[in-house]
Design a protein around this ligand. Structure first.
Ligand SMILES: Cc1cc2nc3c(=O)[nH]c(=O)nc-3n(C[C@H](O)[C@H](O)[C@H](O)COP(=O)(O)OP(=O)(O)OC[C@H]3O[C@@H](n4cnc5c(N)ncnc54)[C@H](O)[C@@H]3O)c2cc1C
Length: 402
């Protein structure tokens, strides 16, 4: 198999175990997921599932060994992420879901010992959830240096005022990492800082869960509009140093894009499998399955080629990051971000088409993914921004500055 190229000794037994666990324990819960509010599942079936993951020793696979994880590098975790991504419940079950995974990494590297004890430990243990609050409705998120949220230092506190949206998973979360301007006179990239705000703080207002394609979701599976109205937090809640917000955001996003891309490849594989099964089984007339039609064969072949190419590109980028760090691989990271998001759109669209009317019902996972993953071409930088980065860096070699 082509991914054997990236198999390491740690993965040899881990990946088959994970595949078996997904089949036996996670996929059977998907019917409930499609018919019940997520917040209800979180409290009941998913809490029990998380206990099983822990008892199997598979919990939080992204963490270093000393933190109770598996100490996987990015190439290894990427392949884990693909398997977990084959179900919308996978990453949450293993406590390595965005945005918590990025927040864990940030707190692990930059938080004070007090913040680590109070917020990182329970987050790692899966006792609480968190969110990341950066984008504002009034400003183009594609140019993140433009924002209005302010954190003013008054004595030993930051007083935070601002309006954010798409603060994913804020519903039911214990804290947010908020991006706010602390140094308005500094250079644009040195103005903002990251500050941890417990959501029980007076002045935190949960405005609404934003309805997306007809569904507002709940709990972990939702995106909120929120306001910070004179929210006061101790200065010790600063993460890293003042003015380092964008630097930390870049660090958070590099590996984050590998995680997302590999999760999308997991979705692609599942949708591809569903497409092939349905094409083979659904008969247009006696002994003529949909798979007999050449156009469907072409969709299958195109999808296979695109998924394989996407996986190779992402794992190759992950290997580069493991060796040289995020900055050295920034062009490759931009390349996979828009490329894989578009492969995902095409594979999902073909799988839905092959399923006919069934494809747009909520009887299968396809419509959930079609609605929820359209955002893949927008979050963590829209396609166009990443395409610009790739073109800009390429054209430098041809004497063109854009
Ligand atoms: C599902 C989902 C989850 C999210 N979760 C979070 C979260 O947890 N926390 C958080 O803070 N934010 C989150 N976001 C917000 C996300 O980061 C922003 O949507 C993203 O940065 C784009 O900003 P915007 O929506 O303001 O679009 P804009 O910046 O207004 O851009 C609109 C469009 O303009 C075009 N465009 C932009 N720049 C260029 C360019 N340079 N060249 C050509 N065209 C361009 C693109 O087509 C783009 O889609 C989430 C978004 C989604 C969809």
């Amino acid at each position: 198999m082509m991914t054997d190229l990236f198999i390491t000794p740690k993965l040899q037994t881990l990946l088959p175990r994970l595949r078996a666990f997904m089949h036996e324990e996670v996929y059977p819960l998907e019917k409930l997921f499609l018919t019940r509010p997520y917040a209800e599942l979180e409290k009941n079936e998913l809490a029990a599932l998380r206990q099983k993951v822990k008892s199997e020793g598979l919990w939080a696979p992204h963490l270093p060994e000393e933190e109770g994880g598996m100490g996987l590098n990015l190439v290894e975790f990427g392949q884990v992420s693909e398997i977990l991504g084959t179900s919308p419940l996978g990453h949450y079950a293993f406590n390595c879901q965005a945005p918590d995974i990025g927040n864990m990494e940030l707190l692990h590297k930059y938080a004070s010992p007090v913040l680590k004890e109070r917020y990182l430990q329970p987050l790692v243990a899966g006792q609480i959830r968190s969110c990341f609050s950066m984008t504002e409705p009034e400003f183009a998120g594609s140019n993140p240096v433009r924002m209005a949220t302010r954190a003013e230092r008054v004595g030993n506190q930051y007083i935070i005022n601002g309006h954010k949206w798409f603060t994913s998973s804020a519903d039911g979360a214990a804290f947010a990492i908020v991006m706010a301007i602390t140094n308005p006179k500094a250079a644009p990239h040195a103005r903002a800082s990251m500050i941890l705000v417990p959501l029980e703080t007076a002045g935190f207002v949960h405005v609404r869960r934003i309805s997306i394609m007809g569904e507002e979701g709940s709990g972990y599976m939702s995106h909120s509009e929120v306001r910070y109205e004179n929210c006061a937090v101790p200065v010790e809640h600063l993460i890293g140093n003042e003015g380092e917000g964008f630097k930390l955001a870049q660090e958070r996003l590099g590996p984050g894009r590998i995680h997302h891309c590999m999760r999308w490849i997991g979705i692609c594989e599942r949708a591809f499998d569903m497409m092939c099964r349905y094409a083979a089984q659904r008969e247009l007339s006696e002994n003529t399955p949909i798979a007999a039609k050449q156009i469907v064969q072409s969709w299958i072949a195109e999808s296979r080629a695109q998924i394989n190419a996407a996986r190779l590109m992402v794992l190759h980028t992950a290997a580069g990051i493991d060796r040289k760090g995020t900055h050295a691989l920034r062009v490759e990271i931009s390349t996979i971000k828009f490329f894989v998001a578009n492969v995902l759109m095409q594979v999902l669209d073909r799988a839905i088409q092959v399923h006919g009317a069934l494809g747009i019902t909520d009887d299968t996972l396809l419509s959930f993914w079609y609605r929820h993953e359209r955002g893949a071409r927008i979050y963590d930088g829209p396609d166009e921004v990443h395409q610009y980065v790739v073109a800009r860096e390429t054209l430098k070699n041809y004497g063109i500055k854009i």
